[in-house]
Write a protein that binds this ligand. Structure first.
Ligand code: PAN
Ligand code: ZN
Length: 191
């Protein structure tokens, strides 16, 4: 195993900014337009308003080896594509038996999860919420508020990320604005 000396990272809870990020990833609407249920509205925004930042990830760089514990922040911007709130791409872990912990730092989110056998779950997250993503559950976070939603994630280094299954099949549940509030509804495009 790679030898790592101990270190501390300072995190700004409001923005998710790390004092010394090993990497920063930005996901824009153009990176994930096809994941929103209202594809026409995603295309209209890209054409009329230009691209927009949906979320940013800042993490520490660690070797992808047994025993290492990667961790990062995610900041999802506030906004919607049609009725659907800004969200992450979402994924299964490539090694399905690996779980994860999320910890809310600021704002209001909904953690949407599902299994390959058809179960679904949607958990509210605010500052101070520690959410458990059990093994075998795909996970996506949604900003259900009107300010940034920021959370911290901790997982095992060999979990790996399988984005392809969600890109192909989608999530069964969507988080949309309905009657003035966020609502978790069935995805009409997933049978
Ligand atoms: C999280 C996510 C992060 C971004 O750290 O990777 O929130 O979401 P996507 O990976 O779906 O783009 C995590 O679940 N890591 O395993
Ligand atoms: Zn994960």
């Amino acid at each position: 195993m790679g030898y790592i000396t101990p270190f501390v990272t300072e995190i700004d809870f409001a923005s998710g900014t790390l004092s010394a990020p090993g990497y920063v990833i930005q996901r824009k609407l153009s990176d994930m337009a096809s994941m929103y249920v209202d594809g026409d509205e995603a295309a209209r925004i890209l054409a009329d308003e230009g691209d927009r930042l949906i979320y940013e990830v800042q993490g520490v760089e660690l070797p992808a080896e047994e025993g290492q514990i990667p961790h990062c922040t995610t900041r999802i911007t506030a906004g919607r594509i049609g009725a659907e709130y800004h969200m992450t791409k979402g994924h299964y872990h490539a090694r399905r038996e690996q779980g994860e912990v999320y910890f809310g730092l600021s704002g209001h989110g909904i953690l949407v999860m599902q299994t390959e056998t058809g179960e679904t779950s949607a958990q509210e997250m605010v500052a101070g919420s520690a959410a458990y993503v059990p093994p075998f559950w795909a996970h996506r976070t949604v900003n259900a508020g009107d300010e940034d939603f920021v959370f911290f994630s901790v997982w095992e280094a060999r979990a790996g990320h399988d984005y392809g299954t969600i890109e192909r099949d989608g999530f069964r549940k969507l988080v949309v604005l309905r009657d003035g509030a966020p609502a978790v509804v069935d995805n009409p495009k997933v049978g």
